[in-house]
Design a protein around this ligand. Structure first.
Ligand SMILES: NC(=O)c1ccc[n+]([C@@H]2O[C@H](COP(=O)([O-])OP(=O)(O)OC[C@H]3O[C@@H](n4cnc5c(N)ncnc54)[C@H](O)[C@@H]3O)[C@@H](O)[C@H]2O)c1
Length: 437
């Protein structure tokens, strides 16, 4: 029995299937899919490139692929150019198959004798012969959805609150499968539920970024639930004990470790778990790290935190250098304004989803003239302003960026010179200063 359109859509909720747009499918199906396999290390790569992305050896000639695979996605193709063994007079199931030899490499194929294929069904590929090009196949490129993270699987740490939560909600709206992780399981569950209720795809995992095994488990969940990992967003962070009020000489070693175990070692462990999976997949990967303006400038009393954040900034540069050869890129955002007020609240406090400035503005109103931020806007900065930067770094829009630290929602603050200038300083200059006399 052929699956109905509804069943197909339900079986793969993130893949918008436009049955009316047959031209679209035909256009995609007419492409031949070529891959190459490195003669030196055996890594498959697609699309074919001149060098192996794993070991940099010269890649051999690209070849077409065939073999056994597992059904990854089913769709109905109602019409198309004639092909032997394919009955186009009735809705015909076409599957996207993930090949056994290369997880993550996907092809369309016609199933001529297994019309009720379901996701997970093992199949032999049957190439559709269109009388010219022998092997119509494609890897589902989903840019046409208009989303910015279509079908990408993202693990976010510290996603139960603040920037991580805002990013999880945003990424899911942009088509990502989100593994929502947090030390606080209740928070992670609430965010995953919120995404699910809005029609997105998410699972919640309790993961403490100080524990390597818990990060490995989060990555394993991404693979088990969604097939692969595309992006690691190492975001979790905590403030230092005393929130800047403890004198440098009184700050204990335990307190030093408490903050840096999360903001520096936690980032290291998150990246490590992701890189292992990226290398298993063999086709690159994206790392995004939440740093801080405190990683480039000093926050009063935050010496431990600022040192850790500077370390995290430096880590992405090192990863960019060391992992670029595997197609793995790493960038950080360094938020300044518009950040989570939950950061100063107890770890089990209600998640407010608001920035410091938004909470203050709710009480007293927002007058940009009273804000120290040079950029004057009619609204206070919020979590979405940094989440949008994280989205850019996670998406293919920044595909060629690596090793960068982007100040997010800074509003020009970091451009300010330390010298004091009174308001309207230019109107108070002596006449000779403006005339040059
Ligand atoms: N809020 C700020 O003032 C500010 C400014 C600049 C940068 N940052 C950074 O932004 C990132 C996100 O923080 P936020 O502002 O959204 O704060 P937040 O407190 O709202 O959210 C942080 C989340 O991380 C979780 N978390 C804490 N320790 C963890 C651990 N060991 N393992 C896993 N999860 C853990 C918390 O449970 C919380 O849900 C952090 O890296 C933080 O350092 C914050």
């Amino acid at each position: 029995m052929s699956p109905t359109d509804q069943q197909v859509l339900e079986s793969f909720p993130n893949e918008p299937i436009d049955h009316d747009n047959k031209e679209h499918y035909r256009g995609r199906l007419q492409r031949r899919l070529l891959v190459n396999r490195c003669g030196d290390c055996g890594t498959w790569s697609q699309p074919p490139r001149g060098i192996c992305p794993a070991c940099w050896a010269d890649a051999p000639e690209a070849t077409e692929v065939s073999g056994r695979g597992t059904v990854y996605l089913t769709m109905l193709l109602h019409q198309g150019p004639p092909a032997p063994g394919v009955d186009y007079t009735r809705p015909h199931p076409v599957v996207v198959v993930e090949l056994e030899e290369q997880p993550g490499l996907r092809f369309t194929a016609a199933l001529v004798d297994a019309e009720d294929a379901r996701i997970g069904t093992p199949v032999e590929l049957t190439w559709i012969d269109r009388g010219g090009e022998p092997t119509p196949a494609f890897r589902p490129a989903r840019r046409y959805t208009g989303m910015r993270l279509p079908g990408k699987t993202v693990v976010i740490t510290g996603a139960g609150s603040g920037l991580g939560r805002e990013s999880a909600l945003l990424f899911a709206r942009e088509g990502a499968n989100v593994v929502v992780t947090d030390l606080n399981e209740k928070r992670a569950l609430a965010v995953a539920e919120q995404i699910g209720a809005a029609g997105g795809a998410a699972v919640a995992v309790r993961a403490d970024v100080r524990v390597a095994a818990e990060l490995d488990a989060a990555v394993a969940t991404a693979v088990a639930e969604f097939g692969r990992l595309d992006v690691m967003f190492a975001n979790a962070g905590v403030p230092p004990e005393g929130f800047g009020t403890v004198a440098f000489e009184d700050f204990t070693l335990d307190a030093w470790h408490a903050v840096n175990d999360v903001v520096l070692t936690g980032v290291f462990l998150s990246c490590q778990a992701a890189v292992r999976q990226f290398k298993r997949q063999g086709d690159g990967g994206t790392i995004v790290v939440t740093g801080s303006a405190g990683g480039t400038t000093a926050y009063p009393g935050f010496f431990s935190y600022c040192a850790g954040k500077a370390g995290a900034h430096q880590l992405v540069k090192c990863l960019a250098l060391d992992l670029g050869r595997y197609g793995i890129r790493a960038n950080a955002l360094a938020p300044t304004h518009g950040m989570s007020i939950n950061f100063v609240m107890p770890p089990d406090a209600e998640v407010l989803g608001r920035s410091y400035e938004e909470v203050a503005a709710a009480a007293t109103g927002w007058d940009p003239r009273n804000s120290p931020i040079p950029l004057k806007k009619g609204r206070p900065p919020g979590l979405i302003d940094s989440a949008n930067v994280a989205l850019f770094l996670a998406s293919d829009e920044s595909e060629y960026m690596s090793g960068m630290v982007l100040p997010a929602a800074d509003g020009g603050t970091l451009s300010r010179v330390a010298m004091m200038f009174e308001e309207n300083w230019e109107q108070n200059l002596p006449p000779e200063a403006t005339t040059g006399d």
